[in-house]
Design a protein around this ligand. Structure first.
Ligand code: GLU
Length: 455
């Protein structure tokens, strides 16, 4: 598909998608739409998410109104969560749920527990969910939730109370056909079980489709726990092949050893990749001849961190991990770790974004100029939401698939999305991120066009 075809096919919307006058780079740099004015103090991930949208809208030669429509969320809800601590004190926490886009189906996206999470970060993450679902042809819109809390400082019982109160506060706003949550940083299948229970008790019947990433005993899908990691590793192999790097000769560094990074490191290791560096929030480790990932997993299960693993040397910090001399870097932790300060020193030939938004727009430009192949988050880490979709389908039908069915369908979708993106990269010469964004934005804009603007 070529650029002009993509632009042409979207004219004449109910929401006006007609081509605008092309705007020059200077104007691009200075112009502020209504959305940008309202949130002039936006944090970096939201700025990056909007910059990516801006570029896609320009590439597709859409009208400015498309940007204005997609730069802001359709709906947002912020709630106070009064929590009775175990010692009897009452503390009031804040939570959010942002539904960025609902044109292609119900909202879909994780719920994050983090001391740093605020409304702007949730907005950015919801925007990225919209593109992820569109690119993978998953029939959902993008949404995200967050509670400003450090889950490590709260007991199991306190986390249960927080989760249940948040769920009941947002329950008029969610539903299996409205907005479906899933785990993200700081939450897990236990969190999803509490959410399912709270929502279901309120309704008077068990609603299996209200969350995904729940325990298998409670309607969760086989293969969901490893789905994001599996998708990251699948795409990583395709990226290595694209750069003619043989898997058994490839070296990798994985930043983050949580739900995504740990599984990805394990699958890459099992496939023959030499994983030389790994990090988590507490520190980084290195071994030139390759870290024994299964042994490292045992160490992490015992101690809670990669730090102190006897089969590797400590690295001074994240910077050293991110700039290791490796074929492939997998940032699989949080946003904005590859920045204009460190991107020039990144030596990896391939970056596969396991996290959401790990590369700032400035770093993205630097990496591209260096010839580094950056596989964007909305493609690389979409395996989680793909299997969330499978879980939702299974739960709604109360008909369960085997793990082989789940995994082969996941692989097929990842391959399909990679092919779509790569086809556009080849025909247009744009980056993988620009191509993925163009396809995703086009698909969402098309949904708006055929539905029309109503009321
Ligand atoms: N939190 C995951 C993500 O960022 C999964 C979302 C989902 O499965 O709904 O993609």
């Amino acid at each position: 598909m070529v650029m002009s075809d993509m632009g042409r096919s979207t004219h004449d919307l109910g929401m006006d998608l007609r081509h605008k006058q092309p705007i020059g780079p200077q104007e691009h740099g200075t112009r502020q739409s209504g959305a940008e004015n309202v949130l002039a103090t936006a944090r970096r991930p939201l700025d990056d998410a909007r910059a990516q949208l801006r570029e896609a809208v320009e590439y597709l030669q859409y009208d400015e109104s498309v940007y204005d429509m997609l730069a802001v969320a359709r709906r947002e809800l912020s709630v106070s969560i009064p929590l009775r601590r175990d010692d009897g004190r009452v503390e009031v926490l804040t939570g959010h749920r942002v539904q960025h886009n609902l044109s292609r189906g119900p909202g879909k996206g994780g719920l994050r527990y983090s001391p740093d999470v605020g409304i702007d970060e949730v907005r950015a993450l919801a925007i990225w969910m919209t593109w992820k679902c569109a690119l993978l042809d998953v029939p959902f819109g993008g949404a995200k939730g967050g509670i400003t809390i450090d889950p490590r400082s709260y007991s199991h019982a306190e986390l249960e109370r927080v989760t249940r109160r948040y769920t009941s506060e947002v329950s008029p706003f969610i539903g299996p056909d409205i907005d479906i949550m899933a785990p993200d940083i700081g939450t897990d299948e236990r969190t999803m079980a509490w959410m399912l229970d709270t929502y279901s008790v309120g309704r008077g019947n068990t609603v299996l489709g209200i969350v995904t990433g729940k325990p298998v005993t409670l309607g969760g899908s086989l293969g969901r726990a490893m789905a994001t990691s599996r998708g990251v590793a699948y795409i990583a192999m395709l990226a290595l092949a694209q750069r003619s790097i043989r898997v058994e000769r490839a070296s990798a560094a994985v930043q983050g050893f949580g739900k995504v990074g740990r599984g990805a490191a394990r699958i890459l290791h099992d496939a023959g990749v030499t994983v030389v560096g790994v990090s988590d929030a507490d520190g980084a480790i290195f071994r030139q001849s390759g870290i024994d990932i299964p042994k490292l997993e045992e160490h992490v299960d015992m101690t809670g961190s990669v730090v102190g693993f006897s089969g590797a040397e400590p690295l001074p910090g994240q910077h050293e991990l991110l700039t290791l001399d490796v074929d492939m870097l997998v940032p699989a932790a949080v946003e904005a770790v590859l920045t204009e300060e460190n991107a020039a020193q990144v030596r990896a030939k391939v970056v596969v974004e396991g996290a959401n938004g790990p590369t700032t727009s400035a770093a993205d430009r630097i990496l591209q100029e260096k010839g580094c192949l950056v596989v964007p988050d909305i493609l690389a880490n979409a395996g989680g939401v793909v299997v969330s979709y499978f879980e939702w389908v299974q739960a709604n039908q109360a008909y369960w698939w085997t793990v082989d069915e789940v995994e082969s369908r996941l692989d097929a979708r990842m391959q399909f999305a990679w092919n779509r993106v790569w086809e556009l990269v080849e025909s247009s010469g744009i980056s993988l991120r620009s191509a993925a964004m163009a396809l995703a934005v086009r698909s969402v804009a098309e949904a708006h066009r055929v539905r029309g603007l109503y009321p």
